[in-house]
Design a protein around this ligand. Structure first.
Ligand SMILES: Cc1cc2nc3c(=O)[nH]c(=O)nc-3n(C[C@H](O)[C@H](O)[C@H](O)COP(=O)(O)OP(=O)(O)OC[C@H]3O[C@@H](n4cnc5c(N)ncnc54)[C@H](O)[C@@H]3O)c2cc1C
Ligand code: SF4
Ligand code: SF4
Ligand code: SF4
Length: 385
C-alpha cells in the first residue's frame, strides 16, 4: 500500500484514491496546507494497485518534443484574456466543436482551485488563465474514463504530474484522449492562497467577483494579480485591486519558491516525462529570438510531443513559427529543472503555524532585504499623501 515517507514523494495527483478498489484512501491536509493520501489499513487488502499507478513511483523516461513553435491566437481579445498566447482555448474549442469534453482548472464558489469539465465554448472561460494554486483533482480521472468509454473525444489539461497520474490511472492508451500540460514552475499551497485572499477581502470588507493571476492590462511580462470586488452591503460599488509581480506579495512568494509543494522541488515530470500530447508555456525571451513578435500581449511556446498533438495543432488557426528546441531551453529552464526551495521555506511555514502573522508580512520578512522593506514603506506612505 502507498505510504508517504517523505513529503517530496507525493505530488497530490489523487490517482491512488480514484483507483483503490476498497475506497480506503483519503486525502488529508498537512500543516503546510497540501493534501496527502492516508490509507485506512483495516480496510486495505494490500492489492498494490495504488503503488502501480503512482506517478512518483512509476516515472517515464525523459523525452524531447517532435516540433516546437512560437504561436499566438489571431483573436486579440482572447489572447488578452489568456495567460500566454491563448493556445489552450483554441485547442479546447476544437474538441468542443466535435461534441467532446474538456477538463481544466477553475475557481469554485469559495475561490478554491478545482478540476472540472466543460461541454460548451462558454463553459471553457472558467478554465482560461493560470491559477497559481494547486488544483484539487477530485473525481476527474474517473469522469475522464467514463467519457472515454462513451466514445467521445476528451481533452484533459493540467500540470505535468496530473497528466502523468491520469495516464497511469487509465493503464492504457485511448485514441479519443488528448492531453495538454504546461511547463510548470510549481504549485503553491491552497491554504496559503486561502489565508492571503481572506486577508485582502477582510481589509476591504468585500466579496470577489473575478480573480486573474495574469491580468495583461499593464503588459504580459508584468504578471499582474487583479481582483475585482463588490463591496459588502453596497451591491453597486465595485473596486479593483491590481498589482504587478514587483508589488504583489503573493506572486513574489510564489516566484521565490517560498510555499510550493515539496514534490515541485524534485519534480517527477520534467523533460516531458508526463507523456502529454502537447505542452504549452509562456514564450519567455521572445524578444531575443523573434523580436518582431514582442508586443507584450503574450506569446505561447507550443511543444508537440506526439503525432496526435501535431494533428490537432495543425487544425487550429494561429500565427506560428517553428523554433529549435535547443534554443528555447536556456530561455525557459523550468522545462528541464525543478525550482529549488527558498532557503527560509521551513521558517515561513513554522511562523505561519503560530497563527500570529499574515502571509504578506511573512513574504516581506523572508523575500525582501531590510533596505527593500524600508523603500516599500516609504512608497506606501508617499502614495497615501
Ligand atoms: C501553476 C502554474 C505554473 C506555471 N509555470 C510556468 C512556467 O514556469 N513557465 C511557463 O512558461 N509557463 C508556466 N505556466 C503556464 C502558463 O502560465 C500558461 O498557463 C500556459 O502557457 C497556457 O497559456 P494559454 O494562453 O495557452 O492559455 P490559458 O487560458 O492561460 O491556459 C489555462 C490552462 O491552464 C490550466 N490551469 C490553470 N491553472 C491551473 C492549475 N492551478 N492547475 C492545473 N491546471 C491549471 C487550465 O486548465 C488551462 O488548461 C504555469 C501555469 C500554472 C497554472
Ligand atoms: S493496496 Fe489496494 S486496497 Fe490497499 S490502499 Fe492500495 S489500492 Fe487500496
Ligand atoms: S503522487 Fe498521486 S498516486 Fe502517488 S501517492 Fe500521491 S496522490 Fe497517490
Ligand atoms: S512542478 Fe512538477 S510536481 Fe510540482 S505541480 Fe508542477 S508538475 Fe507537479
Amino acid at each position: 500500500m502507498i505510504s508517504i515517507d517523505k513529503k517530496q514523494n507525493c505530488c497530490g495527483c489523487e490517482a491512488c484514491i480514484q483507483r483503490c478498489p476498497k475506497s480506503c484512501i483519503q486525502m488529508q491536509q498537512d500543516t503546510e496546507g497540501f493534501l496527502y493520501p492516508v490509507v485506512d489499513t483495516e480496510s486495505c487488502i494490500d492489492c498494490g494497485i495504488c503503488e502501480k499507478i503512482c506517478p512518483i513511483l512509476n516515472q517515464s523516461n525523459e523525452k524531447k518534443p517532435l516540433t516546437v513553435y512560437a504561436a499566438k491566437c489571431k483573436d486579440e481579445s482572447l489572447r488578452l484574456e489568456s495567460s500566454s498566447g491563448g493556445i489552450f482555448t483554441l485547442l479546447a474549442n476544437e474538441i468542443i466543436r466535435e461534441n467532446g469534453v474538456v477538463f481544466g482548472a477553475k475557481f469554485n464558489s469559495k475561490w478554491e482551485v478545482i478540476h472540472d469539465y466543460a461541454t460548451t465554448a462558454e463553459e471553457l472561460a472558467q478554465f482560461r488563465g493560470s491559477k497559481y494554486v494547486q488544483s484539487k483533482i477530485g473525481q476527474s480521472y474517473q469522469q475522464v474514463l467514463h467519457f472515454l468509454k462513451g466514445g467521445g473525444n476528451v481533452l484533459f489539461s493540467g500540470t505535468p504530474c496530473q497528466i502523468a497520474g491520469l495516464k497511469l490511472f487509465l493503464q492504457k492508451d485511448y485514441e479519443n484522449l488528448i492531453t495538454v500540460d504546461f511547463i510548470c514552475h510549481g504549485v503553491p499551497s491552497p491554504e496559503v492562497w486561502r489565508l492571503y485572499l481572506n486577508d485582502i477581502l477582510h481589509k476591504r470588507q468585500s466579496i470577489p467577483e473575478n480573480i486573474r493571476f495574469r491580468d495583461k492590462r499593464s503588459g504580459w511580462k508584468k504578471y499582474s494579480l487583479s481582483i475585482s470586488f463588490k463591496k459588502m452591503n453596497t451591491c453597486t460599488k465595485k473596486l479593483t485591486f491590481a498589482q504587478s509581480v514587483y508589488e504583489n506579495l503573493y506572486l513574489r512568494g510564489f516566484l521565490a519558491n517560498l510555499y510550493l509543494r515539496p514534490s515541485c522541488h524534485h519534480c517527477p515530470s520534467k523533460s516531458f516525462k508526463s507523456n502529454s500530447d502537447i505542452t504549452i508555456a509562456d514564450f519567455w525571451g521572445i524578444e531575443s529570438l523573434l523580436p518582431n513578435w514582442n508586443d507584450d500581449r503574450g506569446v505561447s511556446l507550443v511543444m508537440l510531443n506526439s503525432p496526435l498533438g501535431e494533428r490537432i495543432f495543425g487544425n487550429i488557426n494561429t500565427t506560428h513559427q517553428e523554433c529549435e528546441y535547443r534554443e528555447i531551453i536556456p530561455l525557459n529552464p523550468a522545462i528541464v529543472h525543478s525550482a529549488p526551495a527558498h532557503i527560509y521555506r521551513t521558517d515561513f511555514f513554522h511562523d505561519l503555524n503560530t497563527h500570529k502573522y499574515s502571509i504578506s508580512s511573512l513574504v516581506l520578512k523572508y523575500c525582501f532585504t531590510p533596505r527593500e522593506r524600508i523603500k516599500r514603506i516609504i512608497k506606501k506612505w508617499s502614495g497615501i499623501k
